[in-house]
Every structure is written in C-alpha cells, then in structure tokens.
Design a protein around this ligand. Structure first.
Ligand code: NAD
Length: 683
C-alpha cells in the first residue's frame, strides 16, 4: 500500500510488523486498521511461526491519538481492545520490540503480546490518569498479572513511567537489550521457538493475593488515591485493578472498558486534556521563530540564598546544572545552605532520594559572597529583597563581572522588569524568571518578556525552565504579571465579605468545596499575615481588618492566632472569637449592616473578578492566550485541575454571560470595567 503506516516484512519464518506513524506512532484510527490487517495476515500465514511488532522513528507507540478522544474517530473500528485480543489469540507468539517510550495504548499493545523486549533506554508507563482516564485496552487487567497487583496499582495511579531496567526487575519485560531492537526481538523469539517454550497468555495467569485477602491492597489503594486532589480517574484505576484480582479476566476487561469510555466523556478528562494541549500551545511564542537556538547554559549564578534563592538553587542542582550561590554575608549563605541540606535530608528520610544523590546535588552548589565569582556564569538569577533599589544595585554588580552573552534574570514578584532591564548595560539580555514557592517543588515558571528581551534570551529561559522540569509560561510586564495580578483581584473583596456578614471559615469552606487546597484566610494564617502587612505599608495601602490583627501581634499560625486560633503545637484552625469580635465591631463602626452571605455570593465576588482580570490581561496582550493563564493557575496557585484552569472554567463550566451579568451587578457602584463575553480572547 502506498504511504502505509504499517508494513509487514518477512525475516524467514518470523513476521516483522513495523509501525511508522511520526512523530510518536500514536494509535490513530488508520494505524489501528492497518495493524489489524497485518496481524490477520500473520495469523493466516502458516509459514510464519511468530511475529515481532516494532516501530520506526524515535519511539515505540507512545499512546493513543489524544486528538481523537471524544470524536467519532475514537470509536472507529477496529478499536484497541480488538487488536489486543487478536494478538493474544494469534496462535503463534508475538513479541513487542520496545524503544523510546511505550505509553498508554502503546504499552497495552505490548502487554497483549506474549513477550516484551526493551531497549536499555526505553521507558514504559500507563499515564492515562494524567488525562483523567484509565487504561482502556486491558492495561489494568494484564499489567497486574505480570507485576503483581500492588506494583501495578502504584504504576497506574501515579501514571509515572518506569525504566527498562525496573520493568525487567518487576517482570514487565522479558529482556533488556542494546543495539537494533527489532533484530534483538526476532532473535529472542527464535530462541523461544527453538526451545519450544509455550507462549504465555496473560489472561490465563491467576492473580495473587487471592480473592479473600485484599486488606493490604485496599490500604495501599486508599493511601495512593488520597494524594490525588479529588480526581476520579486514580480511584477508578484502583477499582479496575481490584476487579482484575477478584473477577474473571473477561469481566474485568469489560469493566475497565466501560469505565474508560465513561471517563473519556466526562468533564474531568476534558479539562485535563485541555491542560495537556495548553502545555503544548504554551511553547508557541508570538514573535519567536520556531527553532530559535537557545544559548548554552552550563553554570547558573543565584543571588540571594533566602527562601526563593535556596529553592531555585535546588531546582537547578536537581536538573544537574552547576550553581554558584551568592549572598551578601557568610551568615546568610550558611543559613541558606543549611536550609537546602535540611530539605535534601528530608527527601532522603522520606525515601524519595538516595544518599548518593543528595551528595551529588550538594556537590553541584558552590557558595560565594564575591560577585567576581559570577564571571563564569551563563545566566544569573537574582532572588534578593523585593526592593527596586536593591535590584538595581545587583544588576550593576553583575554587569561589572558578567561575560558577554550572559543572561540576567530577575525573580521579582511585582516589580517592573523593564525598569530593572533599563538599569543594565545590556537590557536585551534581561528577562524575568518568576519561580513559585517552594521553587524546587512548584511547576510554574512565569517567563517575563521585557520590552527589550532578545528572542534568543527568551528561548534560553524557556529551555532552561523545561530542563528544570518546570512548565514555563511566557508573560508580559505588568504589576504582578499574570498570577499575582489575578490573585490580587481574587482577594480584593475578602475583607468586605467579612464586614458584610461572612466569616473566615465560611469563605475558606467555599474555596475548599470549589477544589482549592485551602481558602484565602487559612492561607494568610499559614504564610504569616505580617508579610502582606509589610508590603501594604511599603505601598501606603491598608486593609482595616488584617492591619488590626497585625498591630495586635496576631500574625497567624506562628503567633497562635490570626484569622483563626491555634492550640500550641497544632496547625488546626479553630474559630477565633477575638477575630470575630474585631469583624463585627469594625462593621458596626463603619455602619455596615451584617447579613447572611450565600456561598454563591462568595464565588461571585472572588472568582468572577479574577476572571475579569484574566480577560483584561488577555486584552492587554500580557498573556498570549487564555490557556496560558490556565497553566499559570493550575501549576502555581492550586486552581483545581479537574476544572481546567480559571479561563476554561469560566468559559466551559460557568458561562461567560453569567459571569458578565453578575459582575455588572457587583461592580455597579465601583464603575470598574468588565470584560466583553463575546470576546474571542477567552477562546
Ligand atoms: P528572602 O528574604 O528569603 O531572601 C533574600 C535573600 O537575599 C537574603 O538571603 C538576603 O541576604 C539576600 N540579599 C539581599 N540583598 C542582597 C544583595 N545585594 N546581594 C546578595 N544577596 C542579597 O526573600 P525571598 O522570599 O526569597 O524573595 C526573594 C525575591 O523573590 C523577591 O524579589 C520576592 O519578591 C521574590 N519571590 C518571592 C516568593 C515567595 O513566595 N517568597 C515567590 C516568588 C518570588
């Protein structure tokens, strides 16, 4: 066939099916049809004693064609489960020759083969939960038969791929090889045929632990799914694997498929798929030519060894990048290094890091108090105090020693990146790299593009962010960029809500019910109310309730009281009569009549203004597209992933018209401008 994506070749008595569907051999409708045809030929050809399924290009089948989900193509026959059954019942052994990544449907295809041979560099995984799905072609039923149910549970609920070496150790693959993978798999298959070893069909394997005792399985399932932010898919995956233990093979398979189909049509998966595509889109930067080559970054200087500088240094070291960590004094450096060591030690004691890894990462860090030591750095990130004068002083010191082409990045939260750039001799080499706390954990990286930022500098910042495992989102210069600017809009009515009749615990409960990890008042108590108090004072701003709490030394958890009250040594938030009295007395003194505030009103006065700000940000071109804003909020601020990000939620769940109308009502007195719901900007 001309242009076919699947070919069948003969290697004597072994058939070699080669899939060639760039870029990642995704299992689209056409590929499935051609593969079915090739497999049927193998089945019917008595001169072929076995078959190897291999892929051309950089990887084995890396998954389903996600763009097909929810379209008629998804249900076009043959579907993947049919292909898997066909392979399993071929009447002759099939081996998957795996290189690159065997993910999702790709791994399910391999699981239905009788053998799996993997390249040493290969990775294997069932990441469906990351798209709000579970495997739908036998993954949850065949995998536990190979690895045991508890290992399968961990692999499917986390969605994290495993290395070929680990796959071999747990029985997921039969051999790990180097060199030409297809030839190696053919050789492997020939050996089996020579030895007359009967091919294993996973469906015939019984599962232990046996049907009676599922206590430890259930306990592990509860533990793993507790961490998955209320998403349905991880729990459904655990149920599917449980079915594989207690039900006959075909019943478990049918149950898995039904759940897969239900989830793929559900809002959660649509939202997660939106975020998946959003991440791809975010890489397309207006004005940045595709293929712009980033500058080489081998050593990064980090100035300021405080909360952010320490976290950024760790994130760099974790990505195997050399770091020079600089602070003004030895004492500050020591404090910073001690914090870094404590963090790594905690990872070691949790079991997520080996001792040697900790040592290797610490060895990446060089400490210094001398700016001259930054001369060898390809990029320098400042994370010093949030003060323009201090930032400018740091720029001048770096300018004096930096090598030509070295990039200067600022981690400022709110300050004007253009003003910082203008104070440099080379504004084209200045960019914002806004990390989120803790910087070694949080995925979001706002890459702030200044007026003069060179496209190559931008490309370098994005590529460095990706190397660090971050989700880089390019934003423009304005106060607070995308995230913090919308956060300010979200919080603008918080105190008014309290004065008019809400309570901190009511507002926080509404936020948690929405899916946020916590509400704004709990958050304030946790972070320390004194921090925003200091910021307000610096800007000449006030917040009547929070200011009074701070004047009374009520900074939140660290002082035993803030919006809530805390027993010594406890973090549980208890109703605080002193804060409540402050609220009611202040309301009375301002002549504000307290009334019952509905939960809906709380949403309308916090989240709707935040959407309005997002729309304004789009209009101003500070963000290139609505989905970039969604990435910022999901990866940096805990917006519930199941709702796809604020702009997706506003458009797909809540309705723009409704938000517009309610804002018109709430903003009436203030005259604040409201976005136009017909605006294509939100799409
Ligand atoms: P921090 O006070 O914890 O740390 C600042 C460090 O900078 C201190 O160790 C200080 O000794 C050092 N420093 C100050 N001036 C210096 C100089 N001239 N040369 C060398 N070192 C100097 O502050 P932080 O919370 O890490 O914040 C740092 C920056 O990151 C600020 O711009 C802040 O707005 C931004 N930021 C903070 C957060 C956050 O959640 N804390 C999040 C994102 C961005």
């Amino acid at each position: 066939m001309v242009n076919s994506v699947v070919t069948l070749q003969r290697r004597d008595d072994i058939g070699l099916i080669v899939i060639d569907n760039p870029p990642v051999n995704a299992l689209g409708a056409r590929l499935r049809a051609e593969l079915h045809e090739a497999l049927a030929t193998v089945r019917d050809d008595a001169s072929l004693r076995g078959v190897v399924i291999a892929c051309a290009g950089r990887t084995f089948v890396a998954g389903a064609d996600i763009g097909e989900l929810g379209t008629p193509k998804q249900t076009q026959k043959p579907q993947l489960p049919e292909l898997c059954s066909l392979i399993e019942a071929l009447g002759k052994p099939a081996a998957a020759a795996i290189h690159g990544t065997a993910l999702g449907g790709g791994l399910e295809l391999a699981l239905s083969c009788h053998y799996r041979v993997a390249d040493r560099q290969a990775k294997l995984g069932l990441p469906e939960v990351k798209l709000g799905l579970i495997p739908g072609a036998g993954g949850t039923v065949r995998l536990p038969r190979l690895t045991g149910p508890e290992y399968a549970l961990k692999m499917v609920v986390s969605g994290t791929p495993v290395s070929a070496g680990e796959a071999l150790a747990v029985g997921l693959v039969d051999a790990v090889v180097e060199g030409d993978i297809a030839s190696a798999a053919i050789e492997f298959l020939r050996d089996r045929l020579k030895d007359n070893v009967a091919p294993v069909r996973e469906r015939e394997e019984k599962l232990a632990p046996q049907r009676s005792d599922l206590t430890s399985f259930d306990a592990l399932a509860a533990k793993l799914t507790a961490k998955t932010k209320g998403l349905r898919a991880p729990r459904a995956a655990a149920d599917a694997i449980r079915n594989a233990i207690v039900l006959p093979f075909d019943e478990a398979l049918a149950g898995e498929r039904a759940m897969f189909l239900e989830l793929s049509a559900a809002p959660e998966s649509k939202a997660l798929r939106h975020l998946f595509f959003a991440e791809r889109e975010a890489g397309k930067i207006p004005g940045l030519e595709v293929g712009t080559k980033p500058r080489d970054i081998a050593r990064v200087g980090v100035i300021g060894a405080g909360t952010m500088g320490g976290g950024i240094a760790m994130a760099l070291a974790n990505a195997d990048i050399d770091v020079t960590l600089l602070d003004a004094t030895d004492a500050a450096l020591e404090r910073g290094m001690a914090m870094i060591e404590r963090n790594y030690a905690a990872s070691v004691s949790r079991g997520s890091l080996l001792d040697q890894q900790k040592a290797a990462r610490l060895a990446k860090l060089t400490r210094s108090t001398d700016y001259a030591s930054l001369a060898g750095c390809d990029l320098v990130i400042e994370a010093v105090f949030e003060d323009m004068a201090v930032k400018k002083e740091v720029v001048a010191k770096v300018d004096a020693v930096a090598k030509p082409g070295a990039i200067f990045a600022t981690n400022t939260s709110y300050l004007d990146v253009d003003e910082i750039a203008q104070s440099s001799d080379r504004p084209q080499d200045v960019v914002g790299l806004h990390f989120f706390s803790p910087a070694n954990v949080m995925k979001l990286l706002e890459v702030v593009r200044g007026r003069d930022t060179d496209p190559q500098v931008l490309a370098t910042a994005i590529s460095l962010g990706r190397r660090m495992g971050k989700v880089p989102v390019v934003v423009g210069v304005c106060r607070g960029f995308v995230g913090n600017r919308m956060l300010v809009a979200r919080g603008a009515e918080n105190e008014n809500l309290l004065l008019e009749g809400a309570t901190p615990s009511q507002v926080d409960a509404v936020f948690r019910a929405f899916g946020w990890p916590m509400g704004p008042f709990e958050m304030g108590d946790l972070a320390g109310l004194d921090i925003s108090w200091r910021n307000r004072k610096a800007q000449g701003k006030t917040a009547i309730l929070a200011d009074t709490l701070c004047e009374r030394g009520q900074f939140g958890q660290k002082t035993g009281g803030g919006w809530y009250r805390y027993e010594p040594g406890s973090r549980s938030a208890l109703e605080n009569p002193a804060a409540m009295a402050l609220i009611t007395q202040t309301a009375a003194s301002l002549n504000v009549a307290r009334r019952a505030i509905s939960d809906q009103e709380i949403i309308e006065r916090t989240l709707y203004p935040m959407i309005n700000e997002g729309a304004t940000i789009l209009q101003e071109g500070i963000a290139a597209r609505a989905s970039d804003i969604d990435l910022v909020w999901v990866n940096g601020y805990g917006f519930p992933v199941a709702l796809g990000g604020p702009m997706y939620w506003a458009r797909e769940v809540e309705s723009l018209d409704k938000i517009h109308d309610r804002l018109a009502y709430w903003f009436e007195r203030t005259g604040r401008p409201i976005f136009e719901p017909s605006s294509a900007l939100l799409g």
